[in-house]
Design a protein around this ligand. Structure first.
Ligand code: GLP
Length: 237
């Protein structure tokens, strides 16, 4: 009994690896009978492994058809998008004015996030972002100059993500983001043409490439009267 349990666990882990390594959602797993032959285990052992995977939401079964890879729990609609893409999706024309482009010491917090020493230099770019010409947000981006040589002299009104991709061949893959309520400090309010201390969203984002290298740390403050945050979310299975 215990041995059977270990075998089914081993098979379950193996199947998890296979799924992780790139089986597309909804692709069919081999039949129980074939898995049993391939791994030299009983069909009961195979069924146990598949039961666990199904309970964990990694696969689903269709009566008479077989077992299939489940779609990821978080839907693709929670996508990593740029300010420009966000605005275009809302039917607005994105714009950008660079207010600051400088080199600053990373310091402890950004050094740890971007995995450079606290004394290393980072590019700091502050941009006022507009939608149909109206001020919408202020964004402070911090980037490792070694990854983006010359970038500091070339940030114009263009999308930063597009520059990263087109000029530096760096594609962001995922990000850690937090959003919290805040207010516009008087200087921020002046730039964003809003009353001082009016409500705002403060968004912090650390973005990574496919190899989990942190590429950008950014703090953005959005006018709460002009911006709302919209997500399509699905009930966990
Ligand atoms: C979002 C992110 C920022 C990022 C920006 C890039 O607003 N919070 O971290 O810098 O998108 O936008 P764009 O490519 O339009 O410059």
């Amino acid at each position: 009994m215990a041995e059977q349990h270990t075998k089914s666990e081993r098979l379950r882990k193996h199947l998890m690896d296979v799924i992780d390594q790139g089986l597309e959602p909804h692709s069919k797993l081999p039949a129980e009978r074939d898995l049993a032959t391939e791994f030299d285990v009983s069909r009961l052992t195979v069924r146990r492994a598949l039961d666990r995977l199904a309970n964990d939401g990694l696969v689903y079964r269709v009566q008479g058809a077989g077992t299939f890879v489940a779609a990821p729990r978080i839907t693709k609609s929670v996508e990593l998008t740029s300010f420009s893409e966000d605005m275009r999706a809302r039917g607005l024309m994105p714009g950008s004015t660079t207010l600051i482009s400088e080199t600053v010491p990373a310091g402890a917090k950004l050094g740890a996030l971007l995995r450079v020493s606290p004394s290393a230099e980072l590019f700091h770019i502050r941009r006022a972002r507009t939608a149909d010409g109206e001020p919408m947000a202020l964004e402070d981006s911090y980037l490792n100059p070694l990854l983006f040589p010359g970038l500091i002299d070339n940030v114009g009104g263009e999308s930063l993500y597009k520059i990263m991709e087109d000029d530096y061949g760096l594609r962001l893959e995922w990000a850690q983001q937090s959003i919290r309520a805040s207010v516009l400090e008087p200087e921020q309010a002046r730039i964003l043409h809003a009353p001082p201390f009016s409500p705002a969203f403060f968004v912090e984002r650390t973005s990574y490439d496919a190899r989990d290298v942190a590429i950008e740390y950014a703090e953005s403050i959005y006018r709460a009267d002009r911006y709302h945050y919209e997500l399509e979310i699905h009930r966990a299975r």
